[in-house]
Design a protein around this ligand. Structure first.
Ligand code: CLR
Length: 264
């Protein structure tokens, strides 16, 4: 009975007993998702840890704040697009993603790439002083003042704070990122069934990792974070529409092509 208390029932256990060989498949799936996360994460955690206290000076902050709205939007769009490009690279190496039709790959990236960027943001976030790694140093919300969308910035920083509080390992973060991307509920998918099968395998992988780490209860919290992500991304799209209406020329000619292709 004591043993039962130590090891609460997990539906995966039945699966392992029935199909011991599939455990190896799950392990292999997890290993390749973790590998592609590592290879596309831009900075290693140790590097970011070392830069943690490198913050912008008063003058540097003022320089960002005196940029015009369109200058700052363009600047951030370039940084975001750079991050999105790494997410696209990550996606390509998630087992099953490249087997999907081109249409479905693009549909998943259109809605998911920004969400994964925001999930990844927690690696670049310092909760002690509420700053994010941006342009080589750590920046607080005030740095983004000239974007004129303080509500979005505050919500994004809040989200990063909440993600940090979960203290995910790099492996958990990798699997969660893959799950955010492989979502069969996204609009305009051609072959929803195929996306669903890939989604299920990634879900199984995440469940497996959390179970192994003795953190089964994290799954529920991660599903809650996914709902917040969706609202953040619609806020981003709303701001983008507002900006494109006010600055049509800037939005048309200064945004990186990939940014326009995915979000405009
Ligand atoms: C996220 C994790 C990536 C590296 C990275 C690059 C650009 C950063 C981004 C991270 C976090 C969010 C960020 C962004 C640049 C601008 C954006 C700081 C750290 C802020 C929130 C402004 C958004 C403005 C839009 C409305 C255009 O691997």
């Amino acid at each position: 009975h004591d043993l039962m208390a130590l090891h609460p029932y997990n539906p995966l256990d039945d699966l392992y007993n029935l199909y011991p060989h599939s455990l190896r498949n799950i392990d292999e799936l997890c290993a390749s998702i973790v590998r592609s996360h590592r290879e596309t994460s831009q900075y290693r955690l140790e590097e970011l840890q070392a830069l943690r206290w490198k913050v912008f000076s008063r003058e540097e902050i003022q320089a960002y704040q005196s940029k015009t709205v369109d200058e700052m939007w363009q600047h951030c769009a370039v940084r975001l697009t750079d991050a999105v490009q790494y997410v696209v690279e990550f996606a390509k190496h998630v087992p099953g993603f490249r087997m999907l039709s081109q249409n479905d790959q693009i549909a998943l990236l259109k809605t998911g790439s920004m969400e994964v960027v925001l999930v990844r943001m927690c690696r670049f976030f310092n909760t002690v002083n509420n700053t994010v790694f941006f342009d080589g140093k750590f920046a607080g919300t005030e740095v983004f003042k000239s974007l004129a969308c303080n509500d979005l910035i505050a919500a994004v920083f809040d989200f990063a704070h909440g993600m940090c509080a979960l203290k995910l390992t790099e492996q958990q973060l990798a699997l969660f990122s893959a799950l955010v991307l492989l979502n069969a509920d996204r609009p305009s998918l051609e072959d929803r069934g195929r996306v669903q099968r890939v989604q299920r395998s990634v879900e199984l992988g995440l469940t497996h990792i959390l179970h192994r780490d003795n953190q089964d209860s994290l799954m529920h919290k991660l599903h809650q974070r996914m709902a917040v992500l969706r609202s953040l991304c619609s806020l981003h799209m709303e701001k983008l529409r507002w900006f494109s209406q006010r600055y049509p020329l800037a939005a048309h000619s200064l945004f990186p092509p990939l940014y326009k292709e995915l979000f405009a």
